[in-house]
Structures are given as C-alpha cells and as structure tokens.
Design a protein around this ligand. Sequence first.
Ligand code: DP6
Length: 340
Amino acid sequence: MTVATAVAGTNIALVKYWGKRDEALNLPATGSLSLTLDRLGTRTRVAFDGGDGGGDLLTLNGARADEKTSRRVSAFLDRVRARAGVDTRATVVTDNSVPTASGLASSASGFAALALAASRAAGLDLPPNELSALARLGSGSAARSIFGGFVEMAPGTRADGTDATAHPLAANVQGPPGAPPGVWEVRLVVAITAAGEKAIGSTAAMTHTARTSPFYQAWIAGVDADLAAARAAIDRRDLAALGAVAERSALRMHATALAADPAIVYWNPATLAAIARVRALRDASPATQAFFTIDAGPHVKVLCAAEDADRVAAALAGVPGVLRTLVAAPGPGARIVEAA
Ligand code: DP6
C-alpha cells in the first residue's frame, strides 16, 4: 500500500508529562496519564507518491506548512521510510478539527494520525505498542493518542526506548464490580482564553525547565505518586479523587515552569479567572464536581461528570476573557478511515 488515511483524537493529560530522559529519542522522564477525546483531532492522509519531486509535501489545514513544521514531519517520515525500506518522498495532507488560531492545535493527535497513516502507507502493519513508540518519536503526548479513553504512558527504562509506550487502562472496558461496562462517562469542558499560537512550544519549554528550574527534580520525584493515585481513582471511578490529582499535577507542572530562568508563564488573566470559577462551582451549594487542568498554554480544561458538562460550560462561558467553550467526551484511539 502507498496511501493511507488515519484519524486520531487529541488527549489531555491528567498527570502531566513535563521533561525528558532522552531528547534524541524523545523519551519521557516520567510516566503520564491522559484521556483521549472524541473531538479536537487530526485527519491525515499520507501517500508515498514522490512528494513535490524533491522532498515531502505537507499541506496543513489547506495551506502549505511552514518550514519548521515541514522539517519536523519529514524527519518523522524518514524514520518510517528507514524502517519500511521505502525511499520515496510523500505527500501529506493533514487537517485539524480545531482551528489553529484557537491555539489548541495539538501535536498529540497530529503525530498519532501521522504515525498510523505513514506506517500503513509504507506497508507496515505495526502492533499498537510499536505504533505508540513510533508516535512518541514525533511527540511524547502522541504516544497516548494511539489508544482511546484513559491511557497511561510508561517512561520505560531501556536506552532504545522500545518500552516507552502507552497502554489503555483497564477501566475503559471494565469498571469495578457491579459497574456498567464501557468507558467512564466523564467530560472535559475546554475554555479557550486566547486566540493565536502559544508563546513557547512544549518541547522547548520542558527542556528549558529541566535545565534551569530549581523545582524540576522535586516535580519529577512527585509524579509516580500522582500516577498511582490517578490509577486508583479511575479504578474506583472516583471523580473527586481523580480531579484532585489532575489539579495538583497541572499546578506543579506550571510551578516548575514558572520557576525556570527566564520564567515560563503560560497563563493569562482569564486562565486565573477560570480556575477561580471552577473552585467556586465546587464550593457552591449545591456543589458541582469540576476540576481544572492546564497544558502549555492559557486554556483551561475542566473535568466533570457528563450530566454536569453543560452547566460547567455555561459557567465558564461567563468568565471574563473566555472566548469560547466546547465539551469533549472520551474518544477512541487512532484508526485508519480509508485505505485508498
Ligand atoms: C503540557 O508531547 O507536546 O501537554 O514530546 O516535546 O513533543 P514533545 O512534547 P509534547 O508535550 C506535552 C506537554 C503537556 C503535558 C502532557 O500532554 O502530558
């Protein structure tokens, strides 16, 4: 096969990945744990057809991609070509279901969809763990978007990174005794607080944090306990416990970055106002169980029960500086949608 199209949903980490043990192989310093979403994803078609004659040709959301993005994608395709014994350049057409201007475009769904489409188009039929390791080479968080629902990423211990892969958590298919089967019906309400690209990308920011933040070692030392607490909360379907871990992990990640030199500040006033609104929802009577997390940008994502999602979205929409909200549910892993 020389052409394949894949789709992948983005994922939001509830226990964050922020630091690498190996930059060349993109190996994370710690594990992480996330939820793959049913919307906010990427659709990518890869054809090993000679590209533009000289190199790979990448179209992103209808326009030719900038040089930096093209280089990153070509370097990734080189790995796929080397593995498959293919030396033909490719045409890659990729579309994100979130407008890039919202600042939410994600390398997670992007490299998950690219890993699946490119490997299939090159004639490889990789098992999910190898696909996850391949996606990780493009972006650490992409390793998790290979799988649906709640997913844990292992940092691995091997130097070659073959054990640094993600896996779906059992709670996706099997709840505690007596619980209905299927994914735990939580929602993530996304509050968009700024337009445009983020100031500093995650790769550069986490590397800078590791090199200059005096809090970095303490951050790394705390992640395993958060992972254990998150896993246990998911097994019990305990939203309050999972939410507490998610908030702690996000705040510690940002605290570590804030302490870097020079500091990395992703938040804007609306970020803080949204955090305050989430805390107020919990303190209100009757209380709404809602818990925030924040990635390498100013947007706020709020974990809540499915039945509370509309109320949480309405509350966030009323926060000054929140431009837009959307509600996402747990979604499936990366998949091939068309093999022509
Ligand atoms: C804050 O996966 O984008 O979203 O591996 O360098 O591509 P690279 O980084 P990336 O970092 C994600 C950082 C985060 C937390 C997370 O998703 O775990």
